[in-house]
Design a protein around this ligand. Structure first.
Ligand SMILES: Cc1cc2nc3c(=O)[nH]c(=O)nc-3n(C[C@H](O)[C@H](O)[C@H](O)COP(=O)(O)O)c2cc1C
Length: 199
């Protein structure tokens, strides 16, 4: 009897680990949510969708940020200090139907932008696989991926993807285009293979 229980336990562990290592996902169960001001993060979201499929959703705010860069930086710093969660105009229909949720955002103030914090506050991603991605001006993701982990304690958070995008401060807007977009396509594909979401 004891041997049978051990055998069942070992088989069960092998079987479930085999399931969680599946190499591809059903496109219907994939949601790709992103925030993008100058379309760099949008470009990465589109590349992910071309590889994995899924529903693409751009996060919009009830009250958009100013078009002026410096004013936006000031507002974001203030929101970060106070913990303000800007209300989202975007509503996700039936979040429960998705098993894999990609979350894309630019680095703002070396952090996750406040609208993403609103998203993670409004939607419960418990039990889902969460996959973060990021673009930045060359200073990296900052604390963004750590914040995803912290705010999704009951999700399986996979390795994130981060790449240099634009530098709005210096007037460089969409940078992930032409040759840069081709390079990004290659890097995104390698990452998706590494985290076993595509073969
Ligand atoms: C308000 C604001 C703050 C930013 N702060 C940072 C930062 O701290 N570090 C960084 O590397 N880039 C920073 N950036 C640059 C963006 O992360 C970068 O341009 C990114 O590619 C923009 O993505 P998007 O085109 O999807 O909006 C900031 C941009 C904005 C608008």
């Amino acid at each position: 009897m004891k041997n049978a229980i051990i055998l069942l336990t070992v088989f069960g562990a092998w079987f479930t680990s085999g399931c969680s290592n599946a190499q591809s996902v059903s496109p219907k169960s994939v949601l790709i949510v992103y925030l993008s001001r100058t379309n760099n993060t949008k470009a990465i979201a589109e590349i992910i969708q071309a590889n994995v499929g899924g529903t693409l959703v751009a996060l919009e705010l009830e009250k958009p940020y100013p078009s002026d860069y410096k004013q936006t930086v000031q507002q974001v710093m203030h929101e970060n200090e106070t913990g303000y969660l800007p209300p989202l105009k975007t509503k996700i229909d039936s979040i429960e139907k998705y098993d894999v949720v990609f979350i894309g955002f630019p680095t703002w103030d070396m952090k996750m932008p406040p609208p993403l914090k609103s998203f993670l506050h409004d939607y419960n991603l418990r039990g889902k696989t969460v996959v973060p991605f990021n673009t930045n001006a060359g200073y990296g993701v900052g604390s963004g991926f750590q914040t995803v982990e912290k705010r999704c304690p009951d999700s399986k958070v996979l390795e994130g993807f981060s790449i240099k995008g634009g530098i709005e401060r210096d007037g460089v807007y969409l940078n992930i285009k032409d040759e840069k977009r081709k390079e990004a396509e290659k890097e995104v594909k390698e990452w998706l293979q590494r985290i076993r979401l595509i073969k």
